[in-house]
Design a protein around this ligand. Structure first.
Ligand SMILES: C[S@@+](CC[C@H](N)C(=O)[O-])C[C@H]1O[C@@H](n2cnc3c(N)ncnc32)[C@H](O)[C@@H]1O
Length: 216
C-alpha cells in the first residue's frame, strides 16, 4: 500500500505539473488527493458507489470541507456507462485528464473492466493519461491466489476479487480498451518488502494519440 500510494501520488503530482486540468478518480472510495493535491484550475471528479459517496460527503461536511473541492459522482460500474456519467457531471473530453484507477479493477469482472477502461479512453483527450493498478497472477495461477485472498477475513468476505490475470493478458486487455501502455512497474521494484508478481502499476496513453509503444 505504501508503494501504491506513492506511485499514484506521483502520477497526480506530475499530471498537475504538466497541465492536466482534470483528475478523474475512478472507484475513489476515501481517496483524499483532491484535497492534498488541490491546485488552481484543476477539477477533481470522483466516481464511486452512491452509498460510499453519500458517506464520504457526510464526513467531508463534518470536517468543514467545501463541496466545491471535488465533484462526487455516483455510479455503479457494472450497470452504468462511464462516458455519459462523466459527460453528465461536467467532465470535459477536450481538456487533458488524468484517470486514476487504483485498487478497484480487481473487484470488477473482466467485461466490466473492459467497458470501463474503454469508456475512459472515449473521454481522454490527446495528452490525457491513465494510471491504474492491475491485479496479476503469480505463476501458480489465479484460482489459488483468488481462493486464498477470498478466504481471508476482511478482504474477500465483503468484496470478491474478480479479475486477476497473467500480466501479458492484462496489458492486452488494457490495449483492447483503447490505451497504449507506456510503463508497467511491479511494486516489488519500488519496495523490496513486496513479493513480486501480484500486481502491476501502469501508465497509459489514449491509443489514437500515442506513437510507438515502449513497454518495459
Ligand atoms: C479498495 S477500494 C479503493 C479505493 C481507492 N481507490 C483507494 O485505492 O484507496 C475499491 C473502491 O471501488 C468501489 N467500487 C467497487 N465496485 C464498484 C462498482 N461496481 N461501482 C462503483 N464503485 C465500485 C468501492 O466502493 C471502493 O470505494
Amino acid at each position: 500500500l505504501a508503494a501504491r500510494t506513492r506511485f499514484f501520488d506521483d502520477q497526480v503530482i506530475a499530471a498537475v505539473a504538466n497541465g492536466a486540468g482534470q483528475v478523474v478518480v475512478v472507484g475513489a472510495g476515501y481517496d483524499d488527493r483532491a484535497l492534498r493535491f488541490r491546485s488552481p484550475g484543476v477539477r477533481y471528479f470522483e466516481l464511486d458507489h452512491p452509498a460510499t459517496q453519500a458517506d464520504k460527503a457526510r464526513r467531508l461536511r463534518s470536517m468543514g470541507v467545501s463541496a466545491a473541492e471535488m465533484v462526487l459522482t455516483p455510479i455503479d460500474f457494472r450497470y452504468d456507462a462511464v462516458g455519459p456519467v462523466l459527460a453528465g457531471c461536467g467532465h470535459d473530453p477536450a481538456t487533458r485528464s488524468l484517470f486514476v484507477v487504483e485498487g478497484v479493477l480487481v473487484y470488477l469482472d473482466q467485461g466490466t473492466v473492459l467497458r470501463l477502461l474503454a469508456g475512459l479512453a472515449g473521454r481522454a483527450s490527446a495528452h490525457s493519461r491513465l494510471a491504474a493498478s492491475l491485479a496479476t497472477q503469480r505463476p501458480r495461477g489465479s484460482m489459488v491466489l483468488t481462493g486464498g485472498a477470498n478466504a481471508r477475513p476482511g478482504t474477500g468476505r465483503n468484496e470478491l476479487w474478480r479479475t486477476v490475470l497473467p500480466a501479458d493478458a492484462y496489458l492486452g486487455l488494457v490495449e483492447r480498451a483503447g490505451w497504449e501502455v507506456g510503463s508497467a512497474v511491479d511494486p516489488a521494484q519500488l519496495d523490496p518488502a513486496v513479493v513480486p508478481g501480484g500486481s502491476l502499476f501502469i501508465t497509459a496513453y489514449p491509443a489514437r494519440a500515442q506513437p510507438a509503444r515502449s513497454r518495459p
